[in-house]
Design a protein around this ligand. Structure first.
Ligand code: C5P
Length: 306
């Protein structure tokens, strides 16, 4: 029987406002996501029992930290969809990783979103996108956006989505770190260090951000990039503060830590400027750590059957 192959895009956060910690253990967010052309490939095929195989590409040395048992988020997605539709999750899931692991680009959530779509197709369960998004929210706060893709703002813990208009292409240069950061740990430290500080949330994305997305203007968008978690990420990884300053010194339109980090995202003026920025940043951190991508792109896309 053939396997179903899908690809799942990474994300960058354009505006991440972090409010107070709720009784459910999650922070209230205003979280603007954009999907980027950096993909994990995920295939699922019928098997005797649930099995996960992880292959690494660029992120190879981190591959060891991706679990290949039922704690893998893609495996949990298959288990959840199987339970929801009354069947056995007996599939082999093969993941080719390119999205940095524990990098603030939602690689695990992308794999979960991909597994939901792939298993839905393999099992012909025929769930609509709304139903998949509802299941995705049970797996992680970012999974609904990874299913939706494009550019969107997430409210609540990030799972209540409203799409944002963005027809133009933005060019990004990404610098991944040698080792990842745990999402839960970054939020925990953020709460601890912010104790007593203000946690008021804005009502939504800034007008400037919404305008910049519609106009497709990198300079305007660069000026609007914002991440409330940056002070916490910089306390955990002081070198990232220096890296962002260095990037800004190279004349990029904007620079920001993606989500809970440690990947840093640099917004270029054009594809050629992204190439030039990649070249310059590679000299500082090494070629291996620098990636190029554009956004927005669709979230999970069907590649076909094999
Ligand atoms: O939803 P997800 O599983 O990705 O979240 C991982 C952890 O990050 C949560 O258990 C929580 O500690 C933290 N988190 C948070 N507020 C959010 C999203 C995540 O505190 N909005």
């Amino acid at each position: 029987m053939p396997s179903v192959v899908v690809k799942a895009a990474a994300k960058v956060n354009l505006q991440l406002n972090v409010g107070s910690l709720g009784s459910d253990g999650y922070h209230q967010l205003v979280n603007v996501f954009q999907s980027l052309s950096l993909y994990d490939d995920v295939s699922v095929a019928p098997a005797e029992r649930l099995r996960v195989v992880v292959h690494n590409n660029r992120a190879s040395e981190e591959a060891a930290s991706v679990p290949n048992d039922s704690s893998n988020l893609a495996a949990r997605a298959a288990i959840l969809l199987a339970a929801h539709t009354g069947r056995s999750p007996a599939v082999e899931i093969v993941i080719h990783k390119r999205i940095p692991v524990a990098g603030g680009m939602a690689g695990g959530s992308a794999d979960a979103a991909a597994a939901l779509v792939a298993c839905d197709a393999l099992w012909k369960t025929g769930l609509n996108q709304g139903e998949l998004i509802e299941l995705g929210a049970e797996l992680g706060s970012d999974v609904p956006f990874m299913l939706m893709g494009g550019t969107a703002v997430g409210f609540g813990r990030g799972e209540i989505l409203e799409p944002l208009s963005c027809d133009r292409r933005f060019h990004w240069v990404l610098v991944r770190a040698e080792s990842g950061l745990s999402t839960a740990e970054v939020y925990r430290q953020h709460s601890r260090w912010r104790a007593g500080g203000s946690a008021e949330l804005p009502p939504g994305p800034t007008d400037g951000l919404v305008r910049a997305l519609i106009r497709g203007d990198p300079k305007e968008l660069g000026a609007e990039l914002k991440n409330d978690l940056e002070p916490t990420v910089f306390r955990l990884r002081p070198e990232l503060d220096r890296l962002l300053h260095l990037g800004k010194g190279l004349g990029v339109a904007g620079a920001v830590v993606s989500g809970t980090g440690p990947t840093c995202a640099f917004l270029a003026d054009s594809a050629a400027h992204a190439e030039e920025t990649r070249r310059l940043l590679s000299k500082v951190v090494g070629e291996r750590r620098v990636l190029i991508a554009h956004g927005p792109v669709p979230g999970v896309e069907m590649v076909g059957t094999r």
